[in-house]
Design a protein around this ligand. Structure first.
Ligand SMILES: [Fe+2]
Ligand SMILES: [Fe+2]
Length: 192
Protein backbone atom coordinates (compact mmCIF):
# COMPACT_ATOMS: atom_id res chain seq x y z
CA UNK A 1 0.00 0.00 0.00
CA UNK A 2 1.24 3.45 -0.80
CA UNK A 3 -0.08 6.80 0.30
CA UNK A 4 -1.10 9.24 -2.45
CA UNK A 5 -0.23 12.92 -2.52
CA UNK A 6 -3.93 13.77 -2.03
CA UNK A 7 -4.25 11.53 1.03
CA UNK A 8 -1.09 12.97 2.54
CA UNK A 9 -2.27 16.49 1.73
CA UNK A 10 -5.48 16.00 3.73
CA UNK A 11 -3.44 14.93 6.74
CA UNK A 12 -0.96 17.80 6.45
CA UNK A 13 -3.80 20.28 6.03
CA UNK A 14 -5.31 19.09 9.30
CA UNK A 15 -2.15 19.55 11.35
CA UNK A 16 -0.25 22.56 9.97
CA UNK A 17 -1.04 26.28 9.88
CA UNK A 18 -1.98 27.80 6.52
CA UNK A 19 1.49 29.36 6.24
CA UNK A 20 3.29 26.07 6.85
CA UNK A 21 0.89 24.22 4.54
CA UNK A 22 1.63 26.72 1.77
CA UNK A 23 5.38 26.31 2.33
CA UNK A 24 5.02 22.50 2.25
CA UNK A 25 3.07 22.64 -1.01
CA UNK A 26 5.73 24.87 -2.59
CA UNK A 27 8.53 22.58 -1.38
CA UNK A 28 6.60 19.61 -2.84
CA UNK A 29 6.28 21.29 -6.24
CA UNK A 30 9.88 22.52 -6.23
CA UNK A 31 11.19 19.08 -5.19
CA UNK A 32 9.15 17.35 -7.92
CA UNK A 33 10.58 19.72 -10.51
CA UNK A 34 14.16 19.22 -9.28
CA UNK A 35 13.62 15.44 -9.31
CA UNK A 36 12.56 15.51 -12.94
CA UNK A 37 15.61 17.66 -13.78
CA UNK A 38 17.98 15.29 -11.97
CA UNK A 39 16.53 11.93 -13.01
CA UNK A 40 14.92 11.05 -9.67
CA UNK A 41 11.32 10.03 -9.00
CA UNK A 42 9.16 13.21 -9.05
CA UNK A 43 6.29 11.56 -7.12
CA UNK A 44 8.58 10.46 -4.29
CA UNK A 45 10.06 13.96 -4.19
CA UNK A 46 6.60 15.57 -4.18
CA UNK A 47 5.45 13.41 -1.28
CA UNK A 48 8.65 13.99 0.72
CA UNK A 49 8.39 17.73 0.10
CA UNK A 50 4.78 17.80 1.26
CA UNK A 51 5.56 15.82 4.43
CA UNK A 52 8.95 17.30 5.36
CA UNK A 53 7.58 19.75 7.95
CA UNK A 54 5.14 17.27 9.52
CA UNK A 55 6.43 18.17 13.00
CA UNK A 56 7.37 21.77 12.20
CA UNK A 57 4.85 23.12 14.71
CA UNK A 58 5.38 20.62 17.51
CA UNK A 59 6.42 22.47 20.70
CA UNK A 60 10.11 22.17 21.68
CA UNK A 61 9.49 20.24 24.90
CA UNK A 62 7.32 17.74 23.08
CA UNK A 63 9.93 17.25 20.35
CA UNK A 64 12.60 16.51 22.95
CA UNK A 65 10.35 14.11 24.82
CA UNK A 66 9.27 12.35 21.65
CA UNK A 67 12.88 12.01 20.46
CA UNK A 68 13.83 10.38 23.76
CA UNK A 69 10.86 8.01 23.59
CA UNK A 70 11.87 7.00 20.08
CA UNK A 71 15.48 6.39 21.08
CA UNK A 72 16.78 9.17 18.81
CA UNK A 73 20.12 10.50 20.02
CA UNK A 74 19.60 13.88 21.70
CA UNK A 75 22.86 15.85 21.66
CA UNK A 76 23.51 19.06 23.58
CA UNK A 77 22.87 20.92 20.32
CA UNK A 78 19.41 19.34 20.09
CA UNK A 79 18.74 20.36 23.66
CA UNK A 80 19.76 23.93 22.86
CA UNK A 81 17.83 23.96 19.55
CA UNK A 82 15.08 21.31 19.82
CA UNK A 83 13.58 22.62 16.58
CA UNK A 84 16.27 20.64 14.72
CA UNK A 85 14.57 17.43 15.83
CA UNK A 86 11.47 18.11 13.74
CA UNK A 87 13.15 16.22 10.88
CA UNK A 88 14.30 13.01 12.59
CA UNK A 89 11.23 12.77 14.85
CA UNK A 90 8.92 13.13 11.82
CA UNK A 91 10.85 10.39 10.01
CA UNK A 92 10.16 7.98 12.88
CA UNK A 93 6.57 9.06 13.54
CA UNK A 94 5.51 9.09 9.87
CA UNK A 95 6.64 5.49 9.43
CA UNK A 96 4.04 4.53 12.06
CA UNK A 97 1.34 7.14 11.45
CA UNK A 98 1.09 6.76 7.66
CA UNK A 99 1.80 3.21 6.55
CA UNK A 100 3.17 2.72 3.06
CA UNK A 101 5.64 5.62 2.82
CA UNK A 102 8.83 4.41 1.17
CA UNK A 103 12.09 4.40 3.12
CA UNK A 104 13.71 6.93 0.75
CA UNK A 105 10.88 9.41 1.39
CA UNK A 106 11.17 8.90 5.15
CA UNK A 107 14.94 9.43 5.04
CA UNK A 108 14.50 12.63 3.00
CA UNK A 109 12.07 13.96 5.63
CA UNK A 110 14.44 13.00 8.44
CA UNK A 111 17.50 14.56 6.79
CA UNK A 112 16.03 17.99 6.03
CA UNK A 113 17.15 19.73 9.22
CA UNK A 114 20.72 18.66 9.93
CA UNK A 115 21.36 16.29 7.09
CA UNK A 116 22.57 12.73 7.13
CA UNK A 117 26.06 11.54 6.21
CA UNK A 118 26.28 10.44 2.58
CA UNK A 119 23.02 12.26 1.74
CA UNK A 120 20.86 10.23 -0.67
CA UNK A 121 19.87 12.12 -3.84
CA UNK A 122 16.20 12.41 -2.91
CA UNK A 123 17.19 13.87 0.48
CA UNK A 124 19.44 16.41 -1.26
CA UNK A 125 16.53 17.39 -3.51
CA UNK A 126 14.16 17.99 -0.59
CA UNK A 127 16.84 19.90 1.32
CA UNK A 128 17.48 22.17 -1.68
CA UNK A 129 13.75 22.62 -2.38
CA UNK A 130 13.22 23.72 1.23
CA UNK A 131 15.85 26.43 0.77
CA UNK A 132 14.85 27.63 -2.72
CA UNK A 133 11.04 27.34 -2.91
CA UNK A 134 9.62 30.46 -4.62
CA UNK A 135 8.72 32.29 -1.39
CA UNK A 136 12.25 32.06 0.01
CA UNK A 137 14.05 35.35 -0.31
CA UNK A 138 17.09 34.78 1.88
CA UNK A 139 20.59 35.20 0.56
CA UNK A 140 21.50 32.41 -1.83
CA UNK A 141 17.95 31.31 -2.69
CA UNK A 142 17.85 33.08 -6.04
CA UNK A 143 21.37 31.85 -6.91
CA UNK A 144 20.18 28.30 -6.24
CA UNK A 145 17.12 28.81 -8.44
CA UNK A 146 19.37 30.07 -11.24
CA UNK A 147 21.72 27.06 -10.92
CA UNK A 148 19.01 24.39 -10.63
CA UNK A 149 19.12 21.98 -13.54
CA UNK A 150 22.44 23.40 -14.74
CA UNK A 151 24.94 22.41 -12.05
CA UNK A 152 25.23 18.87 -10.72
CA UNK A 153 22.98 17.87 -7.84
CA UNK A 154 26.01 17.42 -5.56
CA UNK A 155 27.16 20.96 -6.42
CA UNK A 156 23.73 22.45 -5.87
CA UNK A 157 23.44 20.72 -2.52
CA UNK A 158 26.95 21.81 -1.49
CA UNK A 159 25.96 25.40 -2.30
CA UNK A 160 22.71 25.18 -0.32
CA UNK A 161 24.46 23.54 2.61
CA UNK A 162 27.33 26.04 2.61
CA UNK A 163 24.79 28.87 2.82
CA UNK A 164 23.15 27.23 5.86
CA UNK A 165 26.52 26.68 7.53
CA UNK A 166 27.62 30.27 6.85
CA UNK A 167 24.42 31.46 8.44
CA UNK A 168 25.13 29.43 11.59
CA UNK A 169 28.75 30.54 11.84
CA UNK A 170 27.95 34.22 11.25
CA UNK A 171 25.35 34.15 14.00
CA UNK A 172 27.70 32.17 16.25
CA UNK A 173 25.23 29.29 16.55
CA UNK A 174 26.19 25.75 17.48
CA UNK A 175 26.58 23.19 14.72
CA UNK A 176 25.05 19.76 15.11
CA UNK A 177 27.59 16.89 14.82
CA UNK A 178 25.53 15.35 12.02
CA UNK A 179 25.71 18.65 10.11
CA UNK A 180 29.50 18.41 10.28
CA UNK A 181 29.48 14.82 8.96
CA UNK A 182 27.08 15.78 6.18
CA UNK A 183 29.29 18.72 5.23
CA UNK A 184 32.49 16.64 5.27
CA UNK A 185 30.94 14.11 2.91
CA UNK A 186 29.67 16.66 0.42
CA UNK A 187 32.92 18.67 0.62
CA UNK A 188 34.95 15.54 -0.14
CA UNK A 189 32.72 14.74 -3.12
CA UNK A 190 32.73 18.22 -4.61
CA UNK A 191 36.19 19.52 -3.66
CA UNK A 192 37.43 22.11 -6.12
FE1 LIG B 1 11.61 21.96 8.40
FE1 LIG C 1 10.51 23.53 5.45
Amino acid sequence: MTVTYEQAHELVERRLSAASLGHSERVAATAAHLASQYGEDPEAARLAGLLHDWHREMPAEELLQRARELGIEVTDVDEAVPYLLHGPVAQADLSREIPGISEEVLVAVGAHTYGVPDMPRLAMIVYIADVMEPNRHQEGASALRASAGIRTLDDLFAEAYAASLNHLVERRRRIHPQTVSTWNDIAARTQR
